[in-house]
Structure formats: structure tokens, C-alpha cells
Design a protein around this ligand. Structure first.
Ligand code: SAM
Length: 239
């Protein structure tokens, strides 16, 4: 940033500054199956950030509530959810290409048709491709916790981000988070409780039991046996 004291100052002067990102791009190799799945399914199921604002009716060929998932990993639980809710449409966003391939492979195997995916930064997809007030639900499951204090700024749940996200939820739409890292759960709760326009769906004003629509992951089952916790948070857009 050189002579500029803050990112805002530098940006105001028109200097390009790399923003803090919630991920580090790993160039993992694709398996043959993942590569084939992308090759075979991208034209049907892939969405491109560069194409700009989406028209959901056109994308899915129908009108249905749209659920968007940020950072779906290998996509196993996302595909399962899409399969279990054929009356909803799903959009998954993931930066990790092998994950995108794995998700498309699973979707093909399961015969899921109500799912589309982006291979891109979810922050940019939300800003540039998702219409305002359009989403029934946004899911953020086990986001990178960034354990070290000096890395906490990389956590995707931040006051500015959750307000941008609120603008994309319909009124009555829900932002659903889950994490197995207690310190991140507390951070989420603090950011969301202070955030304007959201109402906590928890009766005790903190966490909610895992809702049926979120499948239990393998690692979570193992975690339960070891006595590890998982925290779900659900906040509704009320204005
Ligand atoms: C810890 S993994 C969890 C994956 C999955 N949700 C699960 O529960 O197994 C977090 C994932 O979020 C992805 N991710 C992080 N920041 C992202 C962003 N800004 N846009 C899209 N994906 C992101 C990472 O690539 C990673 O795959």
C-alpha cells in the first residue's frame, strides 16, 4: 500500500489493493473422474462469474425457492440436500476445482438436476451474479476457521459481509451457519447478534439444534463420538 495508511485511502486514490480473502487457492490435482465430470456436466450445471447477473427462472427453467451454499467442499452434503428437496433449487459455490469436480460427479451419480455450481470466490459471485432479495436460504457449513488470531480477519463471517449477504436474502430468508470450532461459533454469534436486519431463530438467542435438512457429515459423526461440539446458527432476514 506504500504511502497509503489504510486500504480505503489507497482505493480512493485508485490504487489496486489485493483484498483479504477467506481462502488460499490450492492447486490440487483433479482425479480422472473429477475431470470427466466437469467435462461432461459443465455446460448443463456450471455457472460463470463473468456472465454477470443470473435469472434464476431461466437457469432452472422454473420458479422455485433458491438455496445458495458457500464453500461446499467436495459437495457430498450439498448433493444430498438437493436430492432430498426436489422442490428447491440449489446453487453451490466453491473455489477448489477438485471439489467442483467431485460435486459434479456425485450429482451425476445421484441424478440430481436442481443444482448449479460456480468455481469462483463466493464474495464476488454474491456481489455480481445474485439478484437482490432473491434467496430463500444461504448455507455456510464448516467454513475455514482460521485458527490463529492474526488470521481472524480472513474469516468470511464479518459485519460487512453479512450485510452484503442480507441484501441477497429475501425477507424471511435464512442465513444458516455451522462450525465445529467453538471460537468461530462465538465470533459468528457476536457478528450476527450485532448485525442490523437479522433475527436469531434460536429460542435461547444463541445456537439451534441441527435442522433435518443439514445432513450429518462423516467427520461430524466421528466428532460426536469424540465429544467434539458442532454449533448451528440460523438468522432470518427481517428487514
Ligand atoms: C473447511 S472447508 C468445508 C467444506 C464443506 N462445507 C464441508 O462441510 O465439508 C471450507 C471450504 O470453503 C471454501 N471457500 C473458502 N472461502 C471461499 C470463498 N470465498 N468462496 C468459495 N469457496 C470458499 C474452501 O475452498 C473450502 O473448500
Amino acid at each position: 500500500m506504500g504511502q497509503y495508511k489504510t486500504q480505503e485511502e489507497a482505493e480512493a486514490a485508485g490504487v489496486y489493493v489485493r483484498k483479504v480473502q477467506s481462502f488460499v487457492k490450492r492447486e490440487g490435482r483433479l482425479t480422472k473422474g473429477q475431470a470427466n465430470a466437469i467435462e461432461n456436466n459443465w455446460s448443463e450445471m456450471g455457472l460463470e462469474h463473468q456472465n454477470g447477473l443470473l435469472d434464476f427462472n431461466q437457469v432452472f427453467g422454473r420458479t422455485a425457492p433458491v438455496v445458495l451454499e458457500i464453500g461446499f467442499g467436495m459437495g457430498k452434503s450439498l448433493v444430498e440436500m438437493a436430492k432430498n428437496a426436489p422442490d428447491h433449487d440449489y446453487i453451490g459455490i466453491e473455489v477448489h476445482r477438485p471439489g467442483v469436480g467431485a460435486c459434479l460427479m456425485e450429482a451425476e451419480e445421484q441424478g440430481v438436476t436442481n443444482l448449479r455450481v460456480f468455481e469462483h470466490d463466493a464474495v464476488e459471485v454474491l456481489a455480481d451474479c445474485v439478484p437482490d432479495s432473491s434467496l430463500a436460504r444461504v448455507q455456510l457449513f464448516f467454513p475455514d476457521p482460521w485458527h490463529k488470531k492474526r488470521h481472524h480477519k480472513r474469516r468470511i463471517v464479518q459485519p460487512e459481509f453479512v450485510q452484503k449477504l442480507r441484501g441477497k436474502l429475501a425477507i424471511g430468508g435464512v442465513f444458516h451457519m455451522a462450525t465445529d470450532w467453538e471460537n468461530y461459533a462465538e465470533h459468528m454469534l457476536e457478528v450476527m447478534s450485532d448485525a442490523e436486519g437479522y433475527q436469531n431463530q434460536s429460542v435461547s438467542n444463541d445456537y439451534v439444534p441441527r435442522p433435518d435438512h443439514r445432513p450429518l457429515t462423516k467427520f461430524e459423526q466421528r466428532g460426536h463420538r469424540l465429544g467434539h461440539g458442532v454449533w448451528d446458527l440460523m438468522f432470518e432476514r427481517v428487514k
